[in-house]
Structure formats: structure tokens, C-alpha cells
Write a protein that binds this ligand. Structure first.
Ligand code: ATP
Ligand code: MG
Ligand code: MG
Length: 406
């Protein structure tokens, strides 16, 4: 009956503060890139106010945020004054001032996920140590300080050897491969030398890369998105296929590892767990992102609750939504304009128009100020091969966006 809901409201309305939406809490986001933009879009539907902190006046999230504070998320004083204007603080990038976050947390600022999580994740070597100590399967790794130690690692792990920067890594811009002992010095120089802080990983002979997005609420409830396959081009996520075309056994193993990894970290929010599947059916953890992730763009159109809405719900302590897919399959193209400025924007614009003519395709223009980037998400009420046809049509359009369908 109609009265049942009102009867269950425990507080006297006259005395309770008026909440003009699902929550009055202002969500502060460190970073205003495309992930921040999509977060703002999801929050806006629920009338949740999101403030973003980003140094670029024309950052992608700026146009859709409730408020955009222009400033560095890597500067202690800036982060502190920003945090004081928000009810809960979260991130869309992990390269933020984690030391300040720890201090603010001690002063009572509500950080979700916790500062400890950001601190572990932002240093990839620390991250590997952390996960190995928690019994999560990963490729062997070792800290390196000089050529001697890399040679030693090469002797132990073999070649090719993956050399990685501990910090400030994204889109593979902290990775260099040495295919033999002779290539060590050029690989190290490409990364900026040992002073940057390097470690090495044994080559993971993967047949597929997978990703699992796990959400954790403030009440510690957990919820997992379907396992997806990510296909990288030049170290950058290029295609995402949802769900991944792997056995139930591999899916279950991936979800178990992803949950275990997230369980070892503190705080609420969504976490993306990047995984390698090897030819003998082993699943190894590559890295975790403590935030929404490009492997989860497809959830906007293909799942009942997108990863962005889920992140907002999680950090605010609202009930988590349903992460399951409402279409049998979806494919996401993460397309980077290869030309800066006008030629790049012209081609991206043409490509977007072509994509708009494909039934079921949705367009997300990231709004990067310099180089155009778009995500094209195609959902399907049939199956993946049909979408691949659409994707091939899309690919055939522009030479700069040439894509191989695997
Ligand atoms: P992201 O943009 O996902 O944050 P990143 O710069 O942190 O990327 P990684 O995820 O460490 O970089 O690596 C990028 C890609 O390089 C991986 O997705 C994978 O294709 C490849 N790669 C990374 N580590 C290894 C490894 N040990 N063996 C083989 N390939 C690897
Ligand atoms: Mg990374
Ligand atoms: Mg990665």
C-alpha cells in the first residue's frame, strides 16, 4: 500500500535536515580527465554534486562538474583546501599527493578509497610487493638500482625482460622492454635512468589480457562486473570486449583473484584489476587501478549500473547497483587521434559521425584539449560477431585509426 514507505521513515521529518537528492554530500574528485567527466555525468543524474580538482582550465570534466577547481592534485596545500570543501574525497587518477591524503585522513577527512590504497597503488613496485605478500599470483619481479642488478634479473627471469618505472606510469609510458642483455642500457635510458626508480618484471607470456572491475561499498559489500578482454595497441587499451570469450573456469579464477586483490586494499569505490591469461590457463595479476577504468567504459551502456554510478554509490555509502549486463555483449573502441590539433579533430569528428550511423553505437568524446580521443561503445542484442562487423565498418573509415580485429 501507498503508506508503507512513509511509515518506515524513522526520523521525524520536521527535525531531520532536508536532503535534496540521494545525498547532500559533495564528492570531491582528484583529477578531471575523461574518467572524472563520466563520473560527473553519472552523479548528475542522481543530483549528487561533484567537485573536481585539475590543473587544466579546459580539462575534460570541467564542463560537466558541479564545480571545477583549477589546481594541482599533486600539491599538498591545494589538495588540503580542496578537501575541506568536500564531504568525501576520491580519485580518478592515482598519481596524487598520497602523503597529504594520509595526513588529511588523520585529521578526519573522509578519503575513499583510503590513502593507504593510493599509496600502495601509485608505486607499482610497492603494489607488486603488497599483492605478492597477500598470495596473489603475479609475474616475478625485482627492484633494480644499476645495470648489474638488471643483468642479474635477466639471468634469473630470461628475455624479453620488462623494465618498469615505479611511479607516474600510465599508457605504458613507464615501461621499456629489453630483448637481450645488450638492450638494457637503452631501455633504462628510455625510462629516464635509474634515478627515476625502476624495477623489472619477468615477461608474462599471455594469450589474453583480462580485466575485472570490483566495487566495494562502505559496508564492505562487494560486487563484480563481468570479466572483459582488453586488447592493447602500443601499450594503450584499444578494444574491450564484454564479456570476455574465455571458459567459465577462467572467469571464476579471474573473479577470485580480483576479489582477493581488492580485499587486501582499504576503502570504498570501484577498483579495476588488470590480469594476464597464460596459455596453460593461469591467471596473473598485472596491476590494479583504485578508480573507474577504461576497461569499464562499456558499462555505461551495457550494464544496469555503470562503473561510474557504482563508484559514486560506493563512496557515498549508498546501496551498490546491479553490475550485470543488460545486453548479451558489448565492444568498446578507445580511439586516439594520432594528429594533434585541427587535422586530428577533423578526422575524429568524421569518425564520430560514421559511428553515429551504426545502430547500437554510442559515442563518448573525452574532451581532451590537445589530442582528440573518443570511446565508441557498441552494445548488441545479438552477439559479438555482429558487433565485430560494425567495428570493421568503423575501422575501414580512416587510415589513422587502423585497427586489427583479433
Ligand atoms: P595503464 O595505462 O593500464 O595504467 P601502465 O602504464 O601502468 O598502463 P602496465 O599496465 O604495467 O602499464 O603495462 C601496459 C601493458 O604492457 C600491459 O597491458 C601489457 O600489455 C604489457 N605488459 C605489462 N607488463 C608485462 C609483462 N610483465 N609481460 C608482458 N607484457 C607486459
Ligand atoms: Mg597503470
Ligand atoms: Mg595497465
Amino acid at each position: 500500500d501507498d503508506n508503507s514507505n512513509t511509515k518506515n521513515i524513522p526520523m521525524d521529518r520536521k527535525e531531520s535536515p532536508v536532503v535534496r537528492g540521494v545525498s547532500d554530500t559533495v564528492v570531491g574528485v582528484l583529477g578531471g580527465g575523461q574518467l572524472g567527466k563520466m563520473l560527473c555525468q553519472a552523479a548528475s543524474r542522481m543530483a549528487v554534486k561533484v567537485m573536481v580538482l585539475d590543473p587544466l582550465a579546459d580539462c575534460p570534466a570541467g564542463s560537466v562538474a558541479f564545480r571545477h577547481v583549477v589546481g594541482s592534485f599533486d600539491d599538498g596545500d591545494t589538495v588540503e583546501s580542496f578537501a575541506k570543501r568536500c564531504g568525501v574525497l576520491t580519485v580518478e587518477i592515482e598519481h596524487v599527493d598520497a602523503v597529504t591524503l594520509e595526513r588529511l585522513e588523520r585529521q578526519g577527512v573522509d578519503c575513499q578509497p583510503k590513502a593507504s590504497t593510493i599509496q600502495i597503488i601509485q608505486d607499482k613496485y610497492l603494489q607488486k610487493l603488497h599483492f605478492s605478500q597477500h598470495g596473489i599470483p603475479l609475474a616475478d619481479f625485482m627492484q633494480v638500482d644499476d645495470t648489474e642488478s638488471v643483468k642479474k634479473a635477466g639471468d634469473m627471469f630470461g628475455y624479453p625482460l620488462m623494465i618498469k618505472s615505479k611511479k607516474l606510469a600510465y599508457d605504458g609510458r613507464g615501461n621499456a622492454v629489453a630483448r637481450s642483455q645488450e638492450e638494457i642500457s637503452s631501455a633504462v635510458s628510455a625510462l629516464g635512468g635509474y634515478g627515476r626508480g625502476l624495477y623489472v618484471e619477468k615477461w608474462a607470456p599471455f594469450v589474453k589480457e583480462l580485466s575485472v572491475i570490483v566495487a566495494r561499498g562502505r559496508d564492505n559489500s562487494m560486487s563484480c562486473y563481468p570479466v572483459v578482454e582488453t586488447i592493447h595497441k602500443d601499450n594503450i587499451c584499444h578494444i574491450v570486449e564484454a564479456p570476455a570469450n574465455v571458459t567459465e573456469q577462467v572467469k571464476n579464477l579471474s573473479i577470485d583473484i580480483a576479489k582477493k586483490a581488492v580485499d587486501s586494499l582499504e576503502g570504498a569505490g570501484v577498483f579495476a584489476v588488470e590480469l594476464f591469461l597464460t596459455s596453460d590457463g593461469q591467471v596473473l595479476l598485472n596491476e590494479v587501478a583504485p578508480r573507474p577504468h577504461n576497461s569499464g567504459h562499456h558499462t555505461i551502456e551495457s550494464c544496469y549500473t555503470s562503473q561510474y554510478e557504482q563508484h559514486v554509490r560506493a563512496v557515498l555509502g549508498l546501496p551498490l547497483g546491479d553490475p550485470s549486463m543488460k545486453v548479451p555483449a558489448a565492444i568498446m573502441y578507445n580511439i586516439l587521434g594520432e594528429d594533434e590539433g585541427e587535422p586530428g579533430f577533423y578526422l575524429a569528428n568524421q569518425l564520430m559521425k560514421r559511428a553515429l550511423s551504426i545502430p547500437g553505437a554510442s559515442i563518448h568524446w573525452y574532451g581532451k584539449p590537445v589530442t582528440p580521443r573518443v570511446a565508441i561503445i557498441m552494445g548488441s542484442d545479438s552477439d559479438l560477431p555482429v558487433m565485430k562487423d560494425a567495428a570493421i565498418v568503423l575501422d575501414s573509415f580512416g587510415v589513422p585509426y587502423e585497427v586489427s580485429i583479433v
